[in-house]
Design a binder for this molecule. Structure first.
Ligand code: HEC
Length: 153
């Protein structure tokens, strides 16, 4: 083998190692992305139950509907809690609950039990036409912040 041929075959080897590494890297990246996708929870994944929404409706009627109204469209001062602006405005269930819990009801911000805020949120999600399932909405605000308000898949 002449030195020139040796160089050429080394270049070939280096190239094929580089190609193999690139393939591995791409495979890892793609599978990491795939996992991110399956781990993502959205509001379309049935994150509350009908029973919970029914409880939430009663709490809503006693604590919220004077201002936000039975139809949830607000009274002009109190903003609507349903409609096409709902998801874009809040982005996650946790973000909605953080805003609601820290300000509402106005005479007693944060004054309801956390479970009641979860129930009311279940009712509001139901009113926004998201699907119910067999698991109640619960957990810390941080966990609830992982439930994304995405457009209908
Ligand atoms: C006395 C009337 C009144 C009651 C009762 C009331 N709200 Fe409100 N709410 C308002 C008004 C007015 C605003 C808008 C002004 C503001 O942001 O403070 C508002 C704002 C909100 C917002 C938007 C907050 C933001 O950051 O934009 C949410 C969500 C909300 N209310 C949910 C509720 C829920 C749920 C209840 C019942 C637990 C409730 N409100 C009870 C009057 C009321």
């Amino acid at each position: 083998m002449s030195p020139r041929n040796l160089d050429a075959s080394m270049v070939k080897t280096v190239r094929s190692i580089a190609a193999a590494l690139l393939t591995i890297l791409l495979t890892l990246t793609v599978s990491a992305r795939g996992q991110g996708k399956t781990a993502e929870t959205t509001v379309w994944d049935k994150v509350f139950t009908d029973e919970q929404a029914a409880r939430g409706k009663l709490s809503y009627q006693s604590a919220c509907s004077d201002c936000h109204m039975e139809h949830l469209r607000g009274d002009g001062q109190a903003p609507p809690l349903k409609g096409e602006d709902f998801a874009p405005q809040w982005k996650t269930v946790g973000a909605f609950m953080a805003a609601m819990g820290s300000q509402m009801p106005p005479d007693k911000p944060g004054g309801l039990p956390f479970a009641t805020y979860c129930d009311i949120t279940a009712f509001i999600l139901q009113a926004n036409n998201y699907p119910a399932g067999n698991k109640e909405l619960a957990g810390s605000l941080e966990e609830l912040d992982k439930i994304l308000l995405t457009p209908k898949p």
